[in-house]
Design a protein around this ligand. Structure first.
Ligand SMILES: Cc1cc2nc3c(=O)[nH]c(=O)nc-3n(C[C@H](O)[C@H](O)[C@H](O)COP(=O)(O)OP(=O)(O)OC[C@H]3O[C@@H](n4cnc5c(N)ncnc54)[C@H](O)[C@@H]3O)c2cc1C
Length: 297
């Protein structure tokens, strides 16, 4: 189906985009990669009268490594997946490389994904596990928002009217840290059925001194699993701990039955994904090079 009629506006800078959206009002939307917005418009589930295109604004797609890893909002998933600068936080590559298919990855942006806040999107659990910060620009100026305060609910963020995401900052991981993101998908071009993001830090004695565990697609937003983090912290990451993590994840997950599978199937899958993600994160924390693949079933 064709989208409804709309007027197209090409912004030359973020501040111009903010001004345009403020002037055009609630009938206007920013356009980034168009990989969520355009399908919704074609289905007439979204019918904006104006689109303000962010794609021609210079210096909005970048990956910088001075201190925190700074990723421009218009950076495509494919660029993140391929960037050697991202290697110190391999969880970002696990995520970016596993989003849909090459066409979607070459168009979709990290900023658009965060702004969309689709509960089945991959970036939220990953950026929560890494403790990222979202930089924004709006009519009231710039803001830095902790990712945990940025995502409010399904399709709902802390963005104010005419405010846009400009950058995502991922803190440099502590020494002996490792992270991993693993999703269960039915096939490549579809959203995940369940996913788990883990970031851990090991002490000199190889026990876990810090842990962050988040679930994706298993609730209305990405969900933290404090019981899994407690099970990991201050102890050896052995079989007993892994079983506690698996159980904590299964107890916390709130999946729903749908075309991707029954709630129970997803709950069991989440437990298994958690074990795999923790294992990969621990090996990476020890300095091993570990390729992480999503599970397709
Ligand atoms: C077939 C298919 C499969 C997909 N599979 C996955 C998947 O497995 N995992 C996954 O995570 N995603 C998936 N996606 C979504 C993809 O990641 C999109 O890139 C993403 O959801 C939206 O990013 P975008 O740049 O395309 O944003 P757009 O579609 O252009 O915009 C999305 C929304 O965000 C707003 N917006 C865009 N940029 C900004 C900004 N900088 N600041 C404020 N608001 C902004 C827009 O106004 C719009 O409301 C899939 C998409 C398709 C079409």
């Amino acid at each position: 189906m064709y989208p409804g009629a709309f007027a197209y506006h090409r912004a030359k800078s973020y501040s111009e985009a903010v001004s345009q959206l403020r002037e055009l009002g609630e009938d206007a939307k920013f356009l980034a990669g168009g990989q969520s917005l355009i399908p919704l418009m074609k289905l007439r589930l979204s019918t904006p009268g104006h689109l303000v295109d962010l794609n021609f604004i210079p210096e909005t797609s970048y990956i910088r490594t001075n201190g925190a890893l700074r990723i421009g909002a218009m950076t495509r998933h494919s660029l993140i997946a391929a960037s050697p600068d991202v290697a110190r936080s391999p969880i970002l590559q696990d995520c970016a490389a596993g989003i849909a298919d090459p066409q979607v990855r070459h168009m979709g942006t990290i900023g658009g994904s965060l702004a969309e806040a689709d509960p089945t999107g991959d970036w939220a659990p990953v950026l929560l596990a890494t403790g990222a910060t979202v930089k924004t620009l709006g009519p009231a100026g710039e803001r830095s928002i902790d990712i945990a305060e940025f995502i409010l609910d399904a399709y709902n963020t802390a963005l104010q009217p005419a405010e846009l995401v400009t950058e995502i900052a991922v803190p440099k991981p502590a020494a002996r840290s490792g992270s991993a993101y693993i999703a269960l998908k039915r096939c490549a071009p579809v959203y995940a059925s369940a996913s788990v993001a883990v970031q851990i830090t090991l002490s000199d004695h190889d026990t876990c001194s810090d842990a962050h565990v988040y679930l994706g697609v298993l609730g209305l937003t990405a969900t933290r699993v404090p019981a899994a983090e407690e099970a990991l912290q201050n102890g050896p990451v052995d079989g007993n701990t892994m079983e506690k993590v698996r159980q904590a994840v299964m107890d916390t997950a709130e999946p729903t039955s749908d075309m991707r599978g029954s709630a129970e199937y997803k709950r069991q899958a989440a437990g298994t994904l958690a074990k795999l993600a923790v294992e990969a994160a621990v090996r990476r924390a020890r300095g091993e090079h570990v390729e992480v693949m999503h599970l397709y079933a």
